[in-house]
Design a protein around this ligand. Structure first.
Ligand code: SAM
Length: 481
């Protein structure tokens, strides 16, 4: 491994020290890494040049699959268990419980970020004021409404902002006021707190229990959307509870940017964490981690960026569950039929297949919530007699259905019953109507490089989110027609 003395410092920042002081900050951070035993392979370097966004990791030479790029001792991680105020957090544990579960880490960050003698000072120096973070939660409301309508981000941000305010006033502030030797509410303001929430969102991982990053409509997603790179894997016995270990910051691992087609992955062991290549990487190429299988709307909501079309193979579009009910009601022509749809919906709620705030998640190749969606289509398409019988058996059928009838993929959707396809088609159509612009207009804008280049960064990111979602919904329209 390279030592600080051997490392050519200007190369570490791409050969051109930046004027903003980031070269010094990076140099200080790399020296600190060395002091704390974080080993960086000489085959890679951190730079702001040649990356998709600010800092990133690049290959100094060709890399094979399975190469260890760096090793992080566990003592380097910043969490509620490693911060210098850990005993205080532990003592006051009961009063720090919150719906998000983020409060202890955020208090640790508020303290470490502003303490001049913090062990993690060189780490924080990389982001002097978090000014580059541009999550939609920082956009003016008017801009959010104009650019993100229909994407699911508006609702997620509204929940985040409400929860940030609630947790700050009801937990953080009282805690700080009873520890004025450590905290100063004039310095540890709600604005700083919000920046740190965004920092945790973007530089850590998905946190399953969180209301900050798990809006209700995604709470039904399969666990595949959790972030394997920044989420400490669960102990085997915890797995059923689906609640991960507390969040933590992982210096150096969080330097890596994300793409769906990533080429490295974070591996966990008892003593340390290792970033390991998962694809061959050529000299000079950027090394990408995965933050999980993230749709563009999740990337924009939690990380402040979207992958340009067609890069994000993990992109998805949501169809609100209530939209399928609306489509079914729309197709009912008599009062009796409308009554039947209402009863069928209530039954689906009892089966916990649908909920007022839930969404069906549609991917490029398949429906990610196929059990819920196929049961919904099935029940909402039943005639009164059939439904009565089905209900009497509490949703169980004696003759096992053809397995395929529960698979909802690009291959199987065209073969579904006509009534199912119609309901799916109408639901996709209603969802498309919730956006303020149509696919064609956005396609033209994306194809027109000059016009696209004139858009603000926010407009470009929002356009990528909307376009991907609409393409997926249009594909569904075709499959179900
Ligand atoms: N580039 C970051 C930096 O300089 O601090 C390090 C990665 S940090 C874990 C995550 C942030 O990096 C995101 O919030 C986003 O701003 C940026 N990012 C990551 N992947 C990206 C990508 N593919 N395109 C654009 N920005 C990306």
């Amino acid at each position: 491994m390279a030592t600080a003395a051997k490392r050519p410092k200007q190369v570490a920042v791409g050969g051109s020290p930046a004027e903003d002081g980031s070269a010094d900050a990076l140099s200080g951070f790399l020296d600190w890494c060395e002091t704390v035993g974080l080993e960086l392979s000489p085959k890679v370097y951190v730079s702001k040049e040649g990356t998709v966004s600010d800092y990133g990791l690049l290959a100094r030479e060709d890399l094979q699959i399975g190469e260890v790029l760096f090793t992080i001792p566990r003592a380097v991680l910043l969490s509620q268990h490693t911060t210098s105020i850990r005993s205080l957090l532990e003592k006051d544990q009961a009063s720090l419980e919150s719906q998000s579960g983020w409060v202890p880490l955020l208090l640790a960050l508020l303290h470490e970020y502003t303490a001049s003698n913090s062990h993690w000072r060189p780490y924080f120096s990389l982001w002097p004021d978090f000014s580059s973070m541009d999550h939609p939660m920082f956009w003016p409301e008017e801009e959010r409404m104009r650019l993100l309508q229909g994407t699911g981000i508006l609702e997620a941000v509204d929940k985040d902002l409400a929860n940030i305010q609630l947790e700050y006033t009801s937990i953080i502030l009282p805690f700080m006021e009873s520890h004025l030797d450590l905290f100063d509410p004039k310095l540890h303001t709600p604005e700083l707190y919000q920046r740190l929430v965004a920092f945790v969102m973007a530089y850590r991982r998905w946190f399953w229990r969180s209301h900050f990053s798990v809006p209700s409509e995604v709470a039904r997603r399969p666990l595949a959307v959790t972030d394997p790179s920044f989420q400490e894997p669960l102990d085997e016995e915890d797995e059923d509870e689906k609640e991960p270990n507390p969040p933590m910051m992982v210096p150096m691992a969080d330097i890596l940017n994300h793409v769906a087609n990533h080429n490295a992955n974070l591996e966990y062991s008892l003593e340390c964490l290792k970033m390991v290549t998962t694809q061959p990487i050529g000299k000079g190429q950027e090394i990408f981690n995965t933050y999980g299988q993230m749709a563009n709307w999740q990337l924009l909501h939690m990380y402040g960026f979207a992958e340009p079309y067609p890069g994000n193979t993990d992109d998805t579009a949501d169809i609100q569950m209530v939209t399928v009910r609306r489509a079914a009601l729309q197709g009912a022509s008599t009062e009796a039929e409308r009554q039947l749809v209402s009863e069928q919906w209530d039954f689906l709620c009892q089966l916990e297949m649908v909920g007022e705030e839930g969404a069906f998640v549609i991917g490029w190749e398949e429906v990610l919530t196929e059990e819920e969606l196929s049961m919904t289509l099935k029940v909402l398409c039943m005639a009164a007699e059939e439904f009565k019988e089905f209900k009497e058996h509490e949703g169980w059928e004696e003759d096992t259905e053809d397995e395929e009838s529960f698979t909802l993929s690009n291959e199987t959707i065209p073969r579904l019953k006509a009534s199912w396809k119609k309901l799916l088609h109408d639901s996709a159509l209603l969802t498309l109507q919730s956006y303020s612009s149509d696919l064609k207009a956005e396609q033209d804008l994306l194809n027109d490089k000059v016009a696209y280049g004139k858009l603000s960064r926010r407009e470009q990111q929002a356009l990528q989110v909307r376009y991907g979602q609409k393409r997926i919904l249009h594909q569904l329209l075709e499959l179900a027609s």
